[in-house]
Design a protein around this ligand. Structure first.
Ligand code: NAP
Length: 527
């Protein structure tokens, strides 16, 4: 691939010049603009991309499983091939370390390979066969066969904070393509060059795989207009979004007001509360305090899974936890945040903590550059946390809140006060069992992942992963946006009743030509 970025939009097979102005990327570590100019599109470009996606849908959603899996593997090959170029540009546009993005590029390629396996296995089709029972009393049963089918063209809003793994070629794109849905990505303006490199990888893979050009497009625009045009477009069948609660809910509400409402899977906000029970606190307070801060500072705290609120009952081990957490924060250097506006909102949100009674107990080195985020550790009482909902809300960036609780009852009361979360963590020893048993149902009701004696970061991308949870963690707690289950967001069931075998889709035919696991009369079978 050419190392030259052209800044054009990628609409189907075409590279499309600016139709609504241009922008340049910003190096957040220096505040300088970087070449080249990147094109903005408008409603006409959105329309073109979605018409192509709709044209591509019938052929792409009916690709054979082997062919679709090979396409996903091809994207993975190409992502690996551009790893160095992609990592370098991403580091330049985000101010984050190069090595982080070499790893992120490889992990993202691995996600495409995992979805290729999911597609080959075909279990996502959830084929089910209820054979005819002509003699069933009191009424005969006709033959019923079910499989999942792709929803249609999907619009994906690239995330700012994971500029590869949740951006143009990220997990949302991989899972939608695996499901058989053409994709139109709205690139995030925080990393336009990284977005173009990823977009060209997919555009080339579509061409080499001989697929309809509309399987993939990348658009970019200024302000809310382009996002609104994407969500409003009549040919879109689902939307994914990772970002702020305000942005996610604006798009969600918009989609529900369409003449034909569509699902919008938003992943928005979470503080990932971490509860340390008394015996664990006494045994490992210092280790937990230091370990949590190390994980929390990953990506300069700009991670949806940052363990932002650490809670423990005052007693043996609390001081050790507090001291170790403070010492770890004090070691942390101030680092460039992703964008000036994310930095500004960090500053505002830290002030919100202070205005609501949180006391600063530790600070990392002072900012040098204008966009640097300083690592900060605050402390607050359980009573205060209960009284001020604002203290329970996310501060996107390297700030952590330690909560000093008065006793086990307050711990449970505080746990009940949290809104929906992506994850919650429990540190416990055998002697904490009774307390853990009381806490667990409260957490289960509020979160998509419960972590035991570990930390919410890193997140595994696997079959048993959940990255989701009750509102406002996401807009639909029934689904995950990370892991192989993410494909389910883009599927819906269709039942074929009383069909002749030759008209059935291959996965449902009598001879099981794809050798799939199917639910036959309620029993899993490969026959
Ligand atoms: P954002 O402001 O919510 O924007 C995300 C994407 O949605 C962008 O492409 C944005 O377009 C678009 N968008 C937002 N609101 C829109 C609207 N009303 N209509 C149409 N399009 C809209 O998120 P962000 O830029 O990534 O960061 C801002 C803040 O979001 C952060 O400070 C942080 O608080 C939060 N955030 C949270 C997480 C998390 O995982 N918890 C992740 C990322 C960000 P434009 O860029 O053109 O506005």
């Amino acid at each position: 691939m050419s190392k030259e970025l052209t800044g054009e939009l990628l609409i189907g097979a075409a590279r499309v010049p600016a139709a609504a102005g241009t922008m340049k990327a910003l190096d957040p570590s220096t505040g300088e603009l970087i070449e080249p100019e990147f094109a903005f599109g408008g409603a006409a470009e959105v329309d073109r991309a979605l018409r192509l996606a709709d044209e591509a849908f019938d052929s792409y959603s009916h690709t054979g499983l082997a062919e679709r899996a090979a396409f996903l593997d091809l994207i993975a090959d190409k992502l690996e091939a551009v790893k160095d170029e992609l990592a370098a540009r991403t580091a330049l546009e985000t101010g984050l370390p190069l090595a982080q993005f070499e790893g992120e590029a490889l992990r993202t390629a691995a996600v495409f390979r995992k979805f290729a396996i999911v597609v080959r296995q075909g279990r996502f089709l959830q084929a089910a066969i209820d054979p005819a029972q002509p003699d069933r009393p009191p009424a005969p049963r006709m033959d019923h066969r079910l499989q999942k089918v792709a929803l249609g063209p999907v619009v994906i809003f690239g995330a700012s904070n994971f500029p590869i793994s949740y951006s143009v070629a990220g997990g949302d794109t991989a899972s939608a393509l695996a499901a058989g849905c053409p994709v139109v990505v709205k690139a995030h303006n925080a990393h336009p060059g990284a977005s173009e490199i990823q977009g060209r990888v997919i555009q080339q893979a579509v061409a080499e795989a001989g697929l309809h050009e509309g399987v993939f497009s990348l658009v970019r625009g200024a302000g809310n207009e382009i996002g609104e045009a994407l969500v409003d477009h009549p040919l879109v069948r689902a939307v994914t979004f990772t970002g702020s609660e305000a942005g996610g809910m604006a798009l969600y509400r918009r989609a529900q007001q369409r003449p034909d409402p569509i699902p919008v899977f938003t992943e928005m906000t979470s503080v990932n509360p971490t509860f340390v029970l008394p015996a664990a606190l006494a045994a490992r307070g210092a280790e937990i305090g230091a370990g949590l801060i190390q994980r929390a500072m990953y990506n300069v705290g700009q991670a949806c899974l940052k363990p932002a609120i650490l809670l423990a009952v005052d007693g043996p081990g609390f001081q050790e936890l507090r001291d170790a957490a403070t010492a770890e924060v004090e070691k942390a250097a101030a680092r460039t945040m992703l964008t000036p506006s994310i930095h500004d909102s960090y500053t505002r949100n830290v002030r919100r903590l202070e205005d609501n009674g949180a006391g600063l107990i530790g600070a990392g080195s002072a900012p040098v550059g204008a966009g640097d985020g300083q690592s900060l550790l605050y402390e607050v009482t359980g009573e205060r946390l209960l009284a001020e909902p604002a203290l329970r809300e996310e501060v996107f960036g390297p700030a952590i809140l330690l909560v000093r609780l008065t006793g086990p009852d307050q711990l449970l009361e505080v746990a009940r006060a949290f809104r929906g979360q992506l994850s919650a963590t429990l540190h416990a020893e055998a002697a904490d069992r009774a307390a853990a048993e009381q806490l667990l149902p409260i957490l289960e009701r509020r979160t998509g992942r419960i972590v035991f004696n570990a930390f919410s970061i890193p997140q595994e991308v696997s079959y048993a992963s959940t990255h989701g949870g009750p509102f406002p963690a996401t807009s639909d707690s029934r689904f995950t946006s990370v892991g192989m289950g993410a494909i389910e967001r883009f599927l819906r069931p269709v039942t074929y009743q009383n069909f002749p075998d030759e008209l059935l889709p291959q996965p449902l035919r009598a001879a099981n030509p794809l050798h799939l696991w199917r639910l036959v009369d309620g029993e899993l079978s490969r026959r």
